[in-house]
Design a protein around this ligand. Structure first.
Ligand SMILES: Nc1ncnc2c1ncn2[C@@H]1O[C@H](COP(=O)(O)OP(=O)(O)OP(=O)(O)O)[C@@H](O)[C@H]1O
Ligand SMILES: [Mg+2]
Length: 365
């Protein structure tokens, strides 16, 4: 095993009832110092995977290694892993300082060392002046910071966070996202983070593992995940996506031709397609569609009728009817929007081969 790997899931499976596999066959290497996010819809097995790593759940099959050592028989408190959960679980009858001291005293650290560490942890999350308050006297964001400091105070090599910002309002959540991200950069600690919020995953992570039905669909850095999804589930789950259904007409290396239901032919990048004649789902991001004169050089050129403008301040989403589909979205930065466009207009549009990806027809629907 390469020594830059901290955690390895090897063929890990989990079933709670002895029948259904909640985690199917998890093989995942987490690198030292990495910020890895498990992202996926509700029930996809994110928390279960995290709980097995923490030691609160036992894998039904397979093993988990931490720094090359099998964790299977190691109880949670011996794993040297810090944890933060959605409901923080601070001890209400202890002050902030006492909450932070707790994980250190259970580890048998001396009083002077504890006091030094607690001081450092408090200043790390900028709560020095709150040390004698009780959790009930703090705001949600402050409580979350204490929870964060408590997970980091014993300087674990790995920190697990399960939807830690779920209870906070949008503004505070975004603030804490940056705070956690910067803390991670400063400390160099390895973080495994769980969320079902894709914006949060893209903003914070070095890599994101997209979970669906107990399996990783794709694991990649945020930009790659967005620009180069491997399958239709990922294309749909991350960002906005236009989907056109068709069948594979021909393939020539990295490029293919797909025929849509009404007979239009689209030249696309062949990413995840079967044999000629099989069903294909085309994926095109709304910001990659060119309108009017801008579409002239595009190898894929069609026309669409404008159905609706949705104004979003810095950009406009235009809902159009394209190739028989009435929910085809085009995204235009406000500065590039042609003010003459109106609902009902028939507009030429197009996209390049590079920006339309031919993927699987999403069988799980
Ligand atoms: N202790 C348990 N006993 C039985 N079934 C469980 C248990 N914990 C979770 N499950 C089931 O396992 C599946 C995966 O749950 P898990 O909590 O891992 O999902 P998740 O991806 O974290 O979802 P969410 O985003 O809603 O938190 C769900 O169908 C859930 O009902
Ligand atoms: Mg969960």
């Amino acid at each position: 095993m390469a020594n830059d790997v901290l955690v390895s899931f090897r063929g890990v499976q989990k079933s709670y009832d002895g029948e259904t596999l909640i985690v199917k066959d998890l093989n995942l290497d987490i690198r030292k110092g990495e910020f890895l996010t498990l992202l996926g819809p509700s029930g996809s097995g994110k928390t279960t995977s995290l709980m097995m790593l923490a030691g609160f759940e036992t894998p039904t099959a397979g093993e988990i290694l931490l720094d090359g050592r099998s964790l299977n028989k190691l109880p949670p408190h011996k794993r040297d892993i810090g944890m933060v959960f959605q409901n923080y679980a601070l001890f209400p009858h202890m002050t902030v300082a006492e909450n932070l001291a707790f994980p250190l005293s259970v580890r048998g650290m001396s009083r002077t060392d504890i006091s030094e560490r607690v001081k450092r942890a408090l200043s790390m999350v900028q709560l020095d002046t709150f040390r004698n308050r009780y959790p009930g006297q703090l705001s949600g964001g402050q409580q979350q910071r204490v929870a964060l400091a408590r997970a980091l105070v014993f300087e674990p090599q790995l920190v697990l966070m399960d939807e830690p910002l779920g209870a906070l309002d949008k503004q505070l959540r975004e603030h804490m996202q940056m705070e956690i991200k910067h803390l991670h950069e400063r400390l160099g600690v390895t973080v495994v983070y769980v969320t079902h919020d894709q914006g949060e995953a893209l903003t914070m992570s070095d890599r994101v593992a997209v979970f669906h039905q107990g399996e990783i669909q794709q694991i990649a850095p945020p930009r790659e995940l967005y620009e180069a999804p491997h399958n239709t589930f990922v294309a749909q789950f991350i960002g906005e996506n236009n989907r056109l259904a068709g069948t594979l007409l021909s393939r020539d290396g990295a490029e293919c031709v797909v025929r849509l239901a009404r007979g239009e032919e689209v030249r696309a990048t062949a990413v995840n397609v079967g044999a000629v004649g099989e069903a294909v789902s085309l994926s095109i991001r709304p910001e990659r569609i060119r309108l009017n004169g801008h579409s002239e050089a595009c190898p894929n050129r069609f026309s669409g009728r404008i159905a609706e403008f949705i104004y979003l301040g810095d950009h406009v989403r235009i809902r159009m009817e394209v190739c028989g589909q009435s929910d085809f979205y085009v995204k235009q930065p406000i500065a590039e929007l042609d003010p003459a466009l109106a609902v009902g207009d028939l507009v030429p549009l197009g996209w390049s081969v590079e920006h339309v990806r031919a993927l699987d027809p999403l069988l799980s629907e």
